[in-house]
Design a protein around this ligand. Structure first.
Ligand SMILES: Nc1ncnc2c1ncn2[C@@H]1O[C@H](COP(=O)(O)OP(=O)(O)OP(=O)(O)O)[C@@H](O)[C@H]1O
Ligand SMILES: [Mg+2]
Length: 244
């Protein structure tokens, strides 16, 4: 698949591969990914279990480095970044939302968000929007003083979305963020992601569920570490109309 790079390109991947070696077994998790992601795009990566979705997201998010190829994000070539450089990269540029909400259990909703906000502020990268407002923006301002154990899964996941925003990242990466939620709560989380995207944030959403991928502007189909099809969605499905 050819890649077209323009001035509004946020991410470029060129011939990216990732190989895991476990003793004698070699697993080619990514087999030459060429990809450009535009600023402000809502991209979905759709594929079955084991197809390489999380591996791809880990490459984008600087959680891990590729075996070969090249990755540039927001003008920064992260391909050969050392561990410490990757840490800075992640902290400054990437908001992660995982399948499991990963909140700190001993902090309330607003404290979880504030913690991320203060880390970013220390590096000079916190948004002007205060933690309280970020919670309001994802529709759970009234749960600010609840601990994670006092919130539903969907509420916890929206705290995770607010936390991802607390450093004003250049992109938000979601790895099956609705995977542990019931249908109604999942739709609320997708709605929050869509709203952020409408306000200009680049979102990459990984899922194995094609109705969920329909929310995106573009859907990449991945199998065996290869993007084998790309679908442009002229009319993305609104979050509240998605059924899975
Ligand atoms: N750290 C690792 N060490 C060894 N092999 C790995 C590692 N991470 C992933 N793999 C292998 O790489 C392949 C791709 O895994 P990946 O986690 O990217 O799949 P996925 O599409 O996210 O699947 P799922 O939908 O189940 O989350 C799989 O065969 C997996 O077993
Ligand atoms: Mg995965």
């Amino acid at each position: 698949m050819s890649i077209t790079t323009t001035t509004d390109t946020l991410v470029t991947l060129e011939k990216v591969t990732k190989t895991y070696t476990m003793g004698e077994v070699v697993i080619n998790a990514l087999n030459g990914i060429d990809l450009a992601i535009k600023r402000g795009e809502f991209l979905a990566v759709l594929g079955p279990s084991g197809s390489g979705k999380t591996t791809l997201l880990n490459m984008l998010g600087g959680i891990d480095s590729p075996t070969s190829g090249r990755i540039v994000v927001d003008g920064e070539d992260i391909t050969n970044h050392k561990r410490k450089q990757l840490t800075y990269y992640r902290r400054e540029k990437v908001g992660f939302i995982f399948q499991f909400f990963n909140l700190i259990p001993t902090l309330t909703a607003v404290e979880n968000v504030r913690y991320a906000w203060e880390l970013a502020a220390r590096d000079g990268g916190a948004p002007n929007t205060r933690p309280e407002k970020l919670l309001e923006a994802v529709g759970i301002g009234d749960r600010a003083n609840h601990f994670p154990s006092q919130m539903s899964g969907g509420e916890q996941q929206r705290v995770a979305v607010a936390r991802a925003l607390a450093k004003d990242p250049v992109m938000i990466l979601g790895d099956e963020p609705t995977g542990n939620l019931d249908f109604r709560m999942g739709k609320l989380v997708l709605g929050s992601l869509k709203e952020l995207n409408d306000r200009g944030k680049t979102v990459v959403l990984v899922t194995h569920n094609s109705p969920i991928a329909a929310i995106a502007d573009r859907v990449l189909h991945i199998r065996d570490g290869v993007i084998f099809e790309e679908e442009i969605n002229e009319h993305p499905t609104p979050a509240d109309e998605i059924v899975w």
